[in-house]
Design a protein around this ligand. Sequence first.
Ligand SMILES: Cc1cc2nc3c(=O)[nH]c(=O)nc-3n(C[C@H](O)[C@H](O)[C@H](O)COP(=O)(O)OP(=O)(O)OC[C@H]3O[C@@H](n4cnc5c(N)ncnc54)[C@H](O)[C@@H]3O)c2cc1C
Length: 276
Amino acid sequence: MFTCKEYRKVETLEEAWQLNQKKSNLLIGGMLWVKMGHRNVRTVIDLSGLGLNEIEETEQEFRIGCMTTLRQLEQHEGLNRYTNGAIRESVCHIVGVQFRNGATVGGSVFGRFGFSDILTMLLAMDSYVELYKGGCIPLNEFVNRSRDRDVLVRVIIRKTPATFAYQSARNTRTDFPTLAAAVSCYNDTWHISVGARPGRAMLLTVKEPALLHERNPETIKPEERFAKYLSEYAAEHISVGTNLRGSAAYRRQLIKVLVKRACLEADRNQIRKQNS
Ligand SMILES: Cc1cc2nc3c(=O)[nH]c(=O)nc-3n(C[C@H](O)[C@H](O)[C@H](O)COP(=O)(O)OP(=O)(O)OC[C@H]3O[C@@H](n4cnc5c(N)ncnc54)[C@H](O)[C@@H]3O)c2cc1C
C-alpha cells in the first residue's frame, strides 16, 4: 500500500525542488504509477498549481508542461499534424481514456520506464527536457542519465521538418507493449527508437545514404528497399532481452516487422505532405 502523512500543493518550483531534496518526500505527477507500489512517504509534492498542464505551440516548438496529461497529447491538433498522428498512436493504447486523463508527461518521462510508449515516441523527435536545476538537455542524454532529485518542468519538441510513424505490439489490448518502435526522418537522418526491449527505449540514428551504400538493393522494390534495410540494421544493432511478455528472439523479429512498417508509413506520410 502507498501511504503519505502530508500533502503539499506547492506555489513555486523552488519550493517543489527544496521539498524534493528530502528522501522521505515524493514529487508526484498523476500518481498513477507510484500508487501501485508499497511506500510510506512523508510529504507528497503536487505541482498542479503551477500552470504546467498545457501545451504551448510556437512557430519553432511545442512546450509541454510536466503536468500535461497523455490524453492532451493524444488530442492536440498541432502535435498530431506535425507527427502525422504518430503521437496519438503512441498513447492511445495505454490502458483507457480515464487513465490517460490522469497520467502525466512529467511522470512518464522522468520515470524512464522500459515499457514506455511515450518515451519511445519522444526519442525519435528533436526533443529536450527542461529541468529546474539541470537546464535544458536533449532527451536522449536524459534517458541514459541516472536518477536524481531534480524537477522536470517541461518537454520541448522542436518543429524540425520531419516525417514520423509509430508502431507497437501488445500480447493483449491495454497490456504493456511487448515492443514499441518510433521512426522519424529529419536532417537526412533516420531516427529509430525502440522501447520495451524490455529495457529503456534506445535510439539508433542512420544517415540514409551511408546505409544504402552498405548493401545491394537490386532484388527489392524501390519503395520497400530502405525500409527492409533499416529494419534489419535495427534488429542487428539494438539489443533486446527476454521477460514474461516475450523472448529476445521474438523481439528481434518484432523489430524487423515493426520498424519496416513504420519506415514505410513514415515514407508515405512524407509523400502525402509533399503533395498537399
Ligand atoms: C496499470 C498501468 C499500466 C500502464 N501501461 C502503460 C503502457 O502500456 N504504456 C506506457 O507507456 N505507459 C504505461 N503506464 C505508465 C503511465 O503511462 C505513466 O507513464 C505512469 O503512470 C507515470 O505517470 P504519472 O503521471 O502517474 O506519474 P507518477 O506515478 O506520479 O510519477 C512517476 C515518477 O515520476 C516522478 N515524477 C513525476 N512528475 C515529475 C516531475 N515533474 N519531475 C520529476 N519527477 C517527477 C515521480 O516522483 C515518480 O518517481 C502504465 C501505468 C500503469 C499504472
